[in-house]
Design a protein around this ligand. Structure first.
Ligand code: SF4
Length: 501
């Protein structure tokens, strides 16, 4: 019998309700304080290592930036599942005792932001089910575009869903099939449309699968005889594992006691790895599709300098994601790179209800301008993207208040005009400033002396992955060019552009 190590009622009651104003998360977008995009989720899996839970803990910790709302690990030694999930950071959800009780050599783990489904413990992953052939656990990164449609069809046939997570439809599709687990999983994956990376575990098998376009990253590593899986390679580094390869679009790898079967459930469609992984989401020490993120971001900064040079006294990057690009801009132009902005490293949660005034001041809790560095200087401020424009305006104003005489903003991606359907939590189109305003209007809105965006071609050239010969360099650029690599389901005004057109 499976048993869940449930948090005590007291602890559960103390768990804050996310995004309801019960607490103020200064690390990520909320209530317009930080209008950065919310990263999606991170997955980490182990097959064949006696310390699977501990490896997962460290792996998930390295992937923490991909999801701070909940964390979970499910393990098995070939028999019962042991699992624990909770709201909060990995280090908050797991302690030594909990990890010690997660016995088994196979595991899948997850860190989450809610990109689909509500933010609550029931939706924390891995999702765990009992079905005809035993236990089933699923951890996913991404979004199933046709999940609602499948869900309605399944409910009409009698399925009862336990969560509002789109991932649960996969479990139902597998469970309803009369075929064996692998064939049922293959058939189920073939019905899904979207951008997703799955780790699926039974009592004796583990499957790693990527969507047919490879929208969301999933990599495989090796540690001795064990196989590891992670959304980003930085998670392998922390446990001393070596990268083997990326899971290819449409591929499903099946691991059991007989070894590994490399199979496909779909032909590869147009390869479309999310460009925002390179621009913003992934850690700089991660390699994606053959390109190191720090190096790629430096090239974006260099390319930016070639496309939109502006003379200045110093270059500074908005920490942390834009520091690499700022170094690249500085190297290309010879303008010195300086730490003009400092990030408050504490990105946890404070249990205060911020007043409107505090919300307005919120950016100062996260970032400080270094007066002695920027005072009297013409500053080039490098950032990775502009979503609503509110954060950019606040950071520009921080620099001005600290004495910068000019602030020139350079964005290392094209204007972000379109919503994402593949697991990135983006506002509606009408809230995206670039969908409604010209570059000059945005410049005025964010109070910059000048503003320029990296071109689409410049971005593709800068990323320089081994998919360069493919369409768009093997990248999804839909939030910039509206060219979605799959069918998508638009709602309301999204399809026809912003409400202010
Ligand atoms: S639409 Fe944008 S954020 Fe979404 S997968 Fe494509 S590139 Fe990434």
């Amino acid at each position: 019998m499976s048993h869940e190590i449930t948090p005590s009622r007291v602890a559960e009651e103390r768990t804050p309700k996310l995004w309801t104003g019960d607490y103020y998360n200064e690390g990520i977008s909320h209530e317009g304080v930080f209008d950065k995009l919310k990263e999606e989720c991170g997955v980490f899996g182990v097959f064949g290592h006696p310390d699977a839970a501990s490896l997962s803990y460290y792996g998930l910790h390295a992937l923490q930036h991909r999801g701070e709302e909940s964390a979970g690990i499910c393990t098995t030694d070939g028999g019962d599942f042991n699992y624990h999930r909770g709201m909060g950071l990995v280090k908050e959800v797991f302690d030594k005792d909990r990890l010690g009780s997660l016995i088994g050599s196979n595991s899948i783990g997850h860190v989450r932001y809610s990109t689909s489904g509500e933010s609550k413990l029931a939706n924390a992953q891995p999702l765990v089910f009992k079905y005809r052939d035993g236990d089933l656990a699923i951890a996913t990164n991404g979004n199933i575009v046709n999940a609602n449609q499948i869900r309605k069809e399944l409910e009409a046939k009698g399925s009862i869903f336990q969560t509002s997570s789109d991932t649960e439809v996969l479990a139902h599709l597998i469970a309803r099939s009369s075929k064996d687990f692998v064939a049922a999983t293959k058939e189920a994956l073939q019905q899904l449309v979207g951008g997703f990376a799955f780790l699926i575990m039974t009592n004796n098998k583990l499957i790693a699968a990527s969507d047919p376009n490879g929208l969301r990253p999933l990599t495989m590593g090796r540690l001795g005889d064990a196989y590891l899986f992670a959304s980003e390679t930085c998670a392998f580094e922390v446990v001393g594992a070596e990268l083997v390869r990326d899971i290819q679009p449409g591929e499903m790898l099946i691991f059991d006691e007989n070894g590994v079967v490399e199979d496909r459930y779909s032909e590869m469609q147009r390869r479309s790895l999310c460009a925002m992984e390179y621009i913003y989401f992934s850690r700089p020490d991660t390699d994606l599709n053959g390109a190191n993120l720090h190096a790629a971001r430096k090239r974006m900064g260099k390319k930016m300098a070639q496309e939109s040079f502006v003379d200045a006294d110093i270059v500074t990057g908005v920490p942390d994601s834009s520091i690499s690009a700022a170094i690249g801009y500085a190297e290309e132009t010879g303008i010195p790179y300086e730490l003009g902005l400092i990030k408050n490293k504490y990105t946890g949660r404070t249990f205060i209800q911020p007043s409107q005034e505090l919300r307005e001041q919120g950016v100062k809790m996260k970032l400080s301008a270094v007066r002695k560095v920027v005072e009297g200087k013409r500053v080039v401020m490098i950032d990775d993207s502009i979503v609503r424009g509110t954060t950019s305006r606040r950071i520009v104003n921080l620099l001005r208040e600290a004495g910068a005489t000019q602030v020139h903003v350079r964005i290392t991606s094209p204007p972000f005009k379109n919503p994402c359907f593949y697991g990135i939590d983006t506002p509606n189109r009408q809230e995206l400033i670039a969908s409604c305003k010209t570059i000059e209007e945005i410049r005025q809105e964010i109070n910059a002396d000048s503003l320029a965006f990296l071109t689409k071609d410049g971005l593709i050239e800068a990323i320089d992955s081994y998919s360069t010969q493919e369409l768009n360099g093997g990248l999804c650029l839909a939030c910039f060019d509206n060219d979605y690599p799959t069918e998508v389901q638009f709602h309301g005004t999204e399809k026809f552009g912003c409400g202010c057109e």
